[in-house]
Design a protein around this ligand. Structure first.
Ligand code: URA
Length: 254
């Protein structure tokens, strides 16, 4: 979306835009007003516009999502390949305006080869349905594209380790590039930290609006559905996030 148009939408929605701090080689941040209490968060958005090219892993240059999926299926860039049953690439529509990014496959996903098919996945489907979206939807506005930070199951459902996240970075970056969503929603701390390039807890990051990649794709954050299953009292806050996501998408598609 044209940056001026997006800024106008965001102002109309009363959404604070956090501009990334200038990093070497990037265009300096412009004069966006940042709320004082948000300033601390904003300064951490340094990772947001980073290049799609990883410092450690070669870029993924597949020309299509199908080609990228085949490349991922053969991947042996990190130790997660040793214990996986299969890789878990994505679900949903490649034409979606909304891209949802989780952490990594669990046991159910490893068995089925699809993201978010266990209990947390069922809750995610309900959350998406609440804002009129579904992984079965083929075209916007109903559609959604779902992917993960890492494409192979971390053993015992542990968090993916930094080297594993880095090894998978080019695949997720290329997925984002090829889908070209209008909005990315990061589910939980691992996805938020991966996209924002920071080590802060989700509680410090949630509520902000960020940008990712060379297209400055807007990023919003919410709780991971697995966390909401463990902490149902947080669902009210997740609902606030969902309403914000919905408002953003409605405005962005006008
Ligand atoms: N949790 C995730 O983050 N991703 C999945 O695909 C399943 C559970």
């Amino acid at each position: 979306m044209n940056p001026d148009r997006r800024a106008a939408y965001l102002r109309a929605l009363d959404v604070t835009v956090y501009r990334p701090r200038a990093v070497a080689g990037s265009v300096p941040a412009t004069s966006a007003a940042v709320e004082p209490e948000a300033a601390a968060r904003a300064q951490y958005a340094v990772g947001a516009p980073r290049s799609a090219v990883s410092a450690t892993a070669p870029p993924a240059s597949a020309a299509s999502l199908d080609a990228l999926c085949r490349q991922v299926a053969e991947c042996r860039r990190c130790k997660l390949c040793e214990a996986r049953t299969q890789t878990v690439f994505a679900a949903g529509s490649p034409r979606a305006e909304l891209m949802v990014i989780g952490e990594g496959p669990g046991a159910d996903e490893d068995a089925k080869g699809l993201p978010f098919v266990g209990r947390a996945g069922r809750l995610l489907d309900q959350m998406l349905l609440a804002i009129g979206r579904s992984r079965a939807g083929d075209e916007p506005p109903r559609s959604v594209y779902i992917a993960n930070v890492v494409k192979c199951r971390p053993p015992g459902n542990r968090d993916p380790q930094p080297d594993e996240v880095e090894a998978c970075r080019p695949y997720l970056d290329r997925q984002i590039e090829l889908v070209a969503p209008k909005l990315i929603v990061a589910l939980g701390r691992v996805a938020a930290q991966r996209l924002l390039g920071v080590n802060l807890p989700l509680s410090k990051l949630r509520g902000g609006q960020y940008e990712y990649g060379p297209r400055n794709t807007p990023v919003l954050l919410t709780y991971h559905p697995a966390y909401l299953l463990r902490s149902p009292s947080e669902k009210a806050k997740a609902w606030d996030d969902l309403k914000r996501i919905h408002r953003f998408l409605v405005a962005a598609s006008k």
